[in-house]
Design a protein around this ligand. Structure first.
Ligand SMILES: [Mg+2]
Length: 316
């Protein structure tokens, strides 16, 4: 039986960027035509499992806005006990990784599951599982950190960023180890531009960094070519799946940075990129889910489907 979860107020707001939040309820008419282009993964569930049936499904999940609601205080973006149970169930049946912009330690603290793999800092810090097919365990133990050499520079720019945002009330720095987030959800709208300008002018002079924007957050990252899509490929590889023809990656995320992973799946032509959004949004994802409560419903259904498949196979 599927349990209906009523989205909280925070979840209703989830998926809206900045000014849109002030406009009230989402554009319902716009959403209806958008969802025709990006059908609900719940509605498409049967066709997803039809394709997944003969394949090795590998699950990738973003954290904020996907497994947890977007909240005012980024330190309080907790996931519900129900969601934790759903992710644990899914991970019982499929290799499951969580790829977040947060530091790896922080996202693990939130999720508290030992049967999933964690990639923090948008994939710049991956605790790689031991390779399934590799005999060289030394290579695969410990964290994979392609931007390790940037750490001293990251620490430097963190101090500079702290200095430059100090006078802007509500601005908040989050140290994600290989990526520094400047949150402005609690900054007065009149100060948003000042904050953005200050951060931009600081980063523009440092060629070793680049600036990206998320939901009410600016992110300063090392300017190396490595994103969530590369992390997805790396994890598939380490899990021993990258060359396999029968692998089907499924990625659920709500951020602009998740588009890099969607791109990788779209290029493979096998798998499902699923965006979490309650408003029309530019995306290359094929399917959508409205909010974390729909993600929960989808994950529960996925685990339940595999469980019944497995017991059916046993009977045969
Ligand atoms: Mg997110």
């Amino acid at each position: 039986m599927q349990k209906k979860v009523k989205p909280s107020h925070a979840q209703e707001n989830d998926g809206t960027d900045g000014a849109l939040e002030l406009l009230g309820p989402p554009d319902v008419a716009g959403y209806a035509s958008w969802v025709m282009q990006h059908p609900s993964a719940l509605d498409m569930f049967d066709s997803i499992t039809k394709e997944a049936k003969s394949k090795n499904v590998v699950v990738f999940l973003d954290y904020d806005g996907t497994l947890s609601p977007i909240v005012e205080d980024p330190d309080k973006a907790f996931m519900s006990a129900e969601m934790r149970m759903a992710v644990r169930e899914v991970a019982k049946y499929f290799p499951t990784s969580i790829i977040s912009g947060r530091s790896r330690e922080k996202v693990k603290e939130f999720v508290q599951l030992s049967n999933v793999y964690y990639a923090g800092s948008h994939g710049l810090d991956i605790l790689a599982p031991r390779a399934v097919k590799s005999s060289d365990k030394k290579v695969n133990e410990g964290a994979f950190q392609p931007a390790k050499l940037y750490l001293p520079a990251i620490q430097e720019i963190t101090v500079e960023l702290e200095d430059t945002i100090r006078e802007i009330q509500g601005a908040r720095l989050e140290d994600n180890k290989f990526c520094i987030s400047v949150h402005y959800r609690q900054v007065q709208p009149k100060d948003h531009e000042v904050l953005k300008e200050r951060v931009k002018s600081l980063v523009v002079n440092r060629l070793e960094f680049r600036l990206t924007e998320g939901k009410m957050v600016l992110e300063v990252r090392p300017s190396i070519e490595w994103n969530k899509g590369d992390a997805l490929n790396f994890l598939l590889d380490t899990l021993g799946f990258n060359n396999a023809k029968d692998v089907l990656p499924l990625y659920i995320g709500d951020d602009r940075t998740d588009e890099d992973a969607f791109k990788v799946i779209a290029a493979r032509r096998v798998g499902f990129p699923i965006i979490v959004s309650s408003i029309p949004k530019d995306t290359i994802a094929w399917y959508s889910l409205r909010d974390p409560s729909e993600v929960l419903a989808f994950l529960l259904r996925l685990a339940k489907w595999k469980k019944s498949e497995t017991s059916l196979n046993r009977e045969i």
